[in-house]
Write a protein that binds this ligand. Structure first.
Ligand SMILES: *Cc1c(COP(=O)(O)O)cnc(C)c1O
Length: 375
């Protein structure tokens, strides 16, 4: 029996290898590897898909967040509210511009920031909120935008795990002031390398982001600001153009798999299944279950189950094992253990099951029955 991996990008590649290889070879023989119409065409297509006026591509999702913060003039002395249960890049970008991340605990049912707790974290220094649409589940953006309006704050959506997700009929990345996307290979829309994009309705902001990502210049060799080098290269843009046309289909396949897991796993004890919030469209970058600790062992129940699954050839992942406020790098922020109880508990309970569009029905059954045996 072969292993069931958490994600298998080679399978997806097989489906699209012909157009991808043609497009890549075209670029290789063109001699034009940076910029060009392939990049601007992709930006236009992605803007149309998200339904925003502007899309500026860049080198990664981390850069997208960084550029968004820079464009909003967020820096030293400013505070930015976000979730402690996310990938480090969300908060790291805040530090990179010189501002301070302020964490707010999460909702145990969605793993997303607990919107009801945001207001109590706002201070006169607060400049922005970064809601993270974690695992593909959209944050309640209606509530986030209401709070932002009330306190005059910017909203940067971290859409890295949620390309194609929707809240209230709108694509994430089109609701806040700026959307930040990652095209890391395992994201819903992934390149064959690094990539990212910023989306916005605001053309002035888009022009500023474009300036910042090109060494602070609008006119070549005239530098008005300290910028960075953050480009989406032509080969990645060509691949992303092809993959974008499959994205809705792939997201539907993810949803089918989530439904299948839900059906097969719902009668099982000792585990909590993820739920898609009504009002949104979840795109299932991860299918993350919770295994509450049974206190029978020194080892976490989740870790025990994970090991057993691994012995059966089912590879699961832990996103994330440690909340950001307890990371060594953030000890200077002065947070205490116990301060964000939901995030801390969830870090000891989460297990992400294999989830990618090409996971076969037999594999889904194998995962479900394997998990059943473990419990
Ligand atoms: C992947 C990810 C990022 C960073 O994207 P990169 O392209 O890897 O830099 C940021 N935030 C979240 C929530 C992510 O999952």
């Amino acid at each position: 029996m072969t292993n069931i991996p958490p994600v298998d990008l080679a399978r997806q590649y097989k489906l699209i290898s012909t157009p991808v290889e043609t497009a890549v070879l075209d670029i290789l023989s063109s001699g034009r590897y940076i910029g060009g119409t392939v990049v601007t065409d992709f930006e236009q297509q992605f803007a149309d898909y998200i339904k925003v006026r502007e899309c500026v591509s860049c080198n990664s999702g981390t850069d997208a967040l960084y550029l968004a913060l820079r464009a909003l003039n967020i820096g030293k002395g400013d505070e930015v509210i976000t979730s402690p249960f996310t990938f480090i890049a969300t908060a790291e970008a805040v530090n990179l511009v010189g501002a301070t991340p302020i964490f707010v605990d999460i909702d145990p049912d969605t793993f997303n920031i607990d919107v009801d707790q945001i207001e109590s974290a706002i201070t006169p220094k607060t400049k922005a909120i970064i809601p993270v649409h974690l695992f593909g589940q959209p944050v309640n953006m209606t509530q986030v935008m209401e709070i932002a309006q009330k306190y005059n704050l910017f909203v940067i959506e971290d859409c890295a795990q949620a390309t194609g997700a929707e809240w209230d009929g709108k694509k994430v990345g089109s609701i806040g002031h700026i959307g930040a996307f990652s095209f890391f290979p395992t994201k819903n829309l992934g390149a064959c390398g690094d990539g990212g994009a910023v989306t916005t309705h605001d053309s002035t902001l888009a022009a500023k982001i474009k300036m910042l990502k090109e060494h602070g210049s609008r006119v070549r060799y005239c530098h008005e600001d300290i910028g960075v080098n953050s480009r989406l290269d032509a080969i990645q843009a060509a691949i992303l153009q092809i993959k974008l046309s499959y994205l809705d289909r792939w997201n539907e396949q993810r949803e089918e798999i989530a439904k299948c897991y839900q059906t097969l796993l719902s009668p099982l004890p000792y585990l909590q299944l993820p739920q898609a919030l009504s009002g949104g469209k979840h795109v299932w970058n991860q299918y993350t279950i919770r295994l509450p600790d049974q206190q029978q062992d020194t080892q976490l129940y989740r870790d025990l189950v994970r090991e057993k699954l691994q012995k059966m050839g089912i590879i699961s992942m832990i996103y994330y094992p440690l909340p950001l406020h307890l990371q060594p790098v953030y000890q200077n922020l002065g947070y205490q253990k116990g301060q964000f109880p939901v995030s801390e508990t969830v870090c000891n309970q989460v297990l992400s099951l294999p989830m990618f569009p090409d996971l076969t029905f037999e594999e889904q059954q194998q995962v479900a029955y394997g998990l059943k045996d473990c419990l």
